[in-house]
Ligand binder design. Structure first.
Ligand code: GAP
Length: 473
């Protein structure tokens, strides 16, 4: 029998049922394109971010981190070009006044009508999209005619202080990257870093996105993990550098997040599609339940941003060669990913309906599971079992992410832990009281092994591939 294909509904349902993701402000009817991360989702997000930070900042001698503000000087966004060029094409349903992305409507229409050989909307100008919609009589998802295509700026505007009007206008950052560019001189002057070197940052970004039904894939508020890698174009070949970053991205996704290569592909941006600041861009796409979509982008931003900030600020944002003979504006390669997209990919990839054993399993890699191990007393009304189980639970708690469960029956507890991705469950039963052994159950195989309770840490350290000294003390 063919394994069942995971649908978006499967993921949304599991995420809500088990407290990974909730709709934001659900008690007020929700807020469009906004989600909260529940107790388990928070752990999963944190684990993804920690892994990214470990891999790209801590394990590399040529990288440092930064935590810049969400609110930056408004000139930042004029210099970067976002106030003028950071736009999406929108149409309005003429009956309901609901707004839609024109490129998304065209893409869906092309897929539905098998017109996938037509020009992709990503390669169409606003005028071309307009003409295409008219020519093919494309309507809104509610079946109504739509307005002409208009461009809509994605930056979120807000204001500061007591002054109103243009003077107080400020933006929530549309990308974390600009905080890195505007700190280039601070970082160069305060650290021992020499080119080529990179600066990584994880933080919230905001975009006034108009989209429907893509869960956490595209939201108004999201978390980015961006790297700006600065180099001297005379001594470093940008294409070679870009290739090495593409390899690092690919390895992170396939080796650290355990994503199958068949669900990944590289896609080069066309000239029309590429952002205003980029000379070359690739997307690493993942096969999400609603099709191939961008997971992670990598762009060659040249010296565009630093030059723009020099012009708008009057400050020098340059570097000098080690022999002091040449001053130049560094160029940049930028790998930029959304943590929430990594999160959604991880859920989609590791969701497994085990029809043979009638259970749903999240086969998360061990570094990502919210809990590494769950501890159960076989029965909840036996104080001696609970006492013995609590001793083991307490011992594990400080060393490995551990959870406790004594609700309902043992079968239901296993099913629950399988659904939230806990790789091991330890049960303390009547035999434990006699010979101090416990059972350890493996999430993926459901196999149970009996071991001495004094061997638990060693067993888990091996199976979870943890540094033994950290666990065993
Ligand atoms: N600094 C470059 C930059 O921001 P981008 O392609 O617009 O480039 C980078 O964004 C990554 O951020 C994307 O590949 C995606 O993973 C994530 N991202 C962008 N917009 C998003 C949104 N509205 N919701 C969730 N993630 C988003």
């Amino acid at each position: 029998m063919q394994p069942k294909t995971t649908t978006l509904d499967d993921l949304v349902s599991l995420a809500k049922r088990r407290g990974f993701v909730f709709q934001t402000s659900s008690i007020y009817g929700g807020l469009a394109n906004s989600y909260d991360y529940g107790p388990l989702g928070t752990e999963l997000l944190r684990n993804i971010k920690n892994l990214w930070w470990q891999k790209f900042i801590h394990q590399r001698p040529d990288m440092v981190g930064l935590d810049s503000q969400i609110l930056l000087h408004p000139k930042t966004w004029m210099a970067s070009g976002h106030t003028t060029a950071f736009n999406d094409p929108l149409v309005e349903d003429l009956t309901t006044q609901k707004r839609y992305r024109a490129d998304h409507l065209i893409e869906e229409w092309q897929e539905k009508n098998n017109q996938t050989t037509d020009t992709s909307p990503e390669d169409m100008s606003v005028k071309a999209m307009d003409e295409y919609i008219i020519q093919h009589k494309i309507v809104s998802p509610d079946g109504n005619p739509v307005s002409a295509v208009k461009v809509f700026n994605l930056l979120f505007e807000t204001s500061i202080g007591v002054v109103t009007g243009e003077k107080s206008k400020i933006y929530l950052r549309g990308e974390t990257a600009q905080g890195i560019f505007s700190n280039f001189a601070n970082i160069s002057n305060s650290t021992r870093m020499q080119l080529p070197f990179g600066v990584g940052q994880i933080g919230k970004s905001f975009r006034n996105e108009v989209t429907t039904g893509q869960f956490v894939f595209r939201t108004l508020e999201f978390e980015q993990a961006e790297i700006e890698y600065f180099f001297d174009p005379e001594t470093t070949d940008w294409q070679t550098l870009m290739e090495s970053w593409k390899t690092a991205m690919w390895e992170f996704v396939t080796k650290d997040l355990h994503i199958a290569a068949k669900n990944l592909r590289w896609r080069k941006h066309t000239d029309t599609e590429r952002s205003h600041y980029s000379m070359d861009t690739y997307d690493l796409d993942y096969k999400f339940p609603f099709g191939w979509k961008e997971l992670w982008g990598i762009a060659y931003r040249t010296d565009y941003d630093l030059k723009q900030h020099q012009e708008y600020s009057g400050e020098t944002l340059q570097a000098t060669t080690t022999d002091n003979t040449r001053r130049f504006t560094p160029h940049v390669i930028e790998p930029a990913v959304g943590i929430n997209r990594l999160f959604m990919m991880v859920l989609a990839e590791h969701y497994w309906e085990d029809t043979e054993r009638s259970r749903t399993v999240l086969c998360l890699p061990r570094q990502l599971s919210p809990h590494s191990v769950a501890v159960f007393p076989l029965a909840r009304n036996k104080p001696e079992l609970i006492a013995a189980a609590k001793i083991i639970y307490q011992e594990l708690l400080g060393k490995i992410p551990t959870t406790w469960d004594d609700r309902s029956n043992i079968g239901k507890r296993y099913l629950y832990q399988d659904e939230i991705g806990t790789p091991f469950c330890i049960t303390i039963d009547y035999q434990t009281l006699e010979d101090n052994t416990v059972t350890i159950r493996n999430r993926d195989t459901t196999e149970q092994t009996r071991i001495g309770s004094n061997q638990i840490l060693e067993y888990l350290a091996k199976k979870l591939d943890l540094a033994e000294e950290a666990v065993l003390g």
